[in-house]
Design a protein around this ligand. Sequence first.
Ligand SMILES: *Cc1c(COP(=O)(O)O)cnc(C)c1O
Length: 341
Amino acid sequence: MAVVKANAYGHGAVETSRTLIQHGVTRLAVFSTEEGVALRQSGITVPIVILGPVFQEQFGHLFAHQLTPVVSDPSTLTTLAQAAALRKVSHSIHLKIETGMGRLGLAQDELVALIHSRKFPPSLRLEGLMTHLADADGSNSDTTEEQLRRFRDALKVVQEGGFQVPLIHVSNSCGAVRFPSAHFSLVRPGIMLYGYHTLPGTIETPDLRPVLSLKTCVAQLRTIQPGKTVSYNRTFTARRPTRIAVLPIGYAGGFSRRLSNRGYVLIHGQRAPIAGVVCMDMVMVDVTTIPGVAVGDDVMLIGQQDNERITAGDIAEWTGTISYEVLCAISPQIPRLYVSS
Ligand SMILES: *Cc1c(COP(=O)(O)O)cnc(C)c1O
C-alpha cells in the first residue's frame, strides 16, 4: 500500500499514483477524504485507504467513491455504521489500534469492549487492522518491539472474537526495512518510495535514489560593490565585488526561509551560497566564483549537476528538519514535469 498523502510527498499525487500502480502497487493510502476523492476523480480505481480522521459530513463521499476509512474511535464507528445502514451498504473499514504513537487509535480496552460486546456493526466490514510505529527509525528498537507486542495482543483479541481480517498492516518505510517480523499482510511505505529515509547509520538501507529534482533558472545578474547589501533587512553585505544571481523561487514555492544566508544551490555544477533572506517568490545567490553564469542558466535546488549534488536531506540539515518536510513543502503551484525512462 503506497502512501501518497501530501501530494505524494510533493511529487504530485495523481501522476505518482498512476506510476506506482503501473509498477505493481495495488492499494494507495492518503490522509484525507478530499485527497481520496481527488484521486478517484482523476480515474484511479485501486482501493484507497484514508489514514486520517473522517467526519460525518464526509461519510457520503466515502460511500460514493468507495474510499476505505481507518476508524480510530468508537463514536466514529457508531456514526459511520448508522450512515452505512441508512444507505443499505456494507462498507469496508480498517481499525486502528493505539500502541504507543500517542496519536489516533482505539485503546486496548476500547477494542476489547467492542469485540467482546459482539456488537460489531453489521453494516461495516472489518477489512483491516493496523497500528503506526512511533520510532521505527530510532536509535534502538525497544519502542517498536513494545508496540509490536501490543499490536499482536490486539490482533489476538480480534481473531479470537471470530473476525478474519484480511489486511494486517503496521510498517512504514523504516519499519518495513528494519522489522521483517512486522510485515504482516501489507506494508505502508511512504518516504522510501521517493528515495529517502531517516534510518540511523547503523542500519543497512536499500538502494534508494531520490525521485525528484527541483530546478529553477537565473532571472537577473548584477555585480555589487563591497558594503552593498542584498534582500530584506540587509542581512547579507558584500565583502568584495560580488556577482549576485536572482532566482525566481522562494518560500511560497517551498524553498524555506530558513535557508536565508545558509545553504546552496547548484549552477554550472558548482555550489552557489544563498545571499540574504529568502523572499516569498525569489532568492539571491552569490555566483562570484562561478565563471560565465548567464540569465536563463539552469539552477538545481534539489538534484545533481555534473558531480555536485544537493538532496532534500541536505536542505533538511541546513534548515533543522527532515527530508519529508522539505519534499512536501514544494508548492503544488510549482509545475511538475514527469520524465519516463
Ligand atoms: C505517513 C504514514 C506512513 C508512511 O510513512 P513513511 O515514514 O513515509 O514510510 C505509513 N503509515 C501511516 C499511518 C502514515 O501516516
